[in-house]
Design a protein around this ligand. Sequence first.
Ligand SMILES: [Zn+2]
Length: 231
Amino acid sequence: MAELVFFSGTMDCGKSTLALQMDHNHAARGRRGLIFTKHDRAGESVLSSRLGLSTSALEVEDDLDFWDAIVGQATNGLRVDYLICDEAQFYTPEQVEQLARLVDEMGVDVYAFGITADFRTALFPGSRRMIELADRVQVLQVEALCWCGQRATHNARVIDGVMVVEGEQVVVGDTASTDAGVVEYEVLCRRHYMRRMTSAAARAASPSAEVLPFDLDLCPLPVVPTPARGA
Ligand SMILES: [Zn+2]
């Protein structure tokens, strides 16, 4: 029975490494698969992992119809046994529905990888649809860590060194230098996410380099009005 599986986690939890491993394992068993990604940090049409591995991939544009694409392959005699879908949080809900249909009606296994929530803690539309439709949602066991050593559960966006909680949902980081400034991401535990305490802010607030402010009194909750939640 084919399956739609959503492997989720924060940034830095090894999703892309697992995606590459998964492709290798299935290909080694003689299965034929296609690899898709969107907005990979290494650029278009590449699936890369932080450990330095990469492979070529098909870039998912908003107007891509997975159903048409895979049925088209089958019509041309190209068997497709499985799909590796990285950065699935960026796919449209309609594309996730097309993937589910491929599982049910074409017997194609779909292994999707993505982060669930954005830098504002809101679910990405693609991830929400994955959670709603997947046969299984598997939270990855390689845990990213906050600077304090706790399990990192939240993705923080940092612009020119300052953590922000408002802005466009999709700004691809690591290399992105936008009009707004240099965009980076840092994974944090919820406690430090809520206190806007990135590693740089923690160092700045620390009385000495050796002492990081584990004491929560040293990193109080910011006194700002709750931003309006919405799309
Ligand atoms: Zn922390």
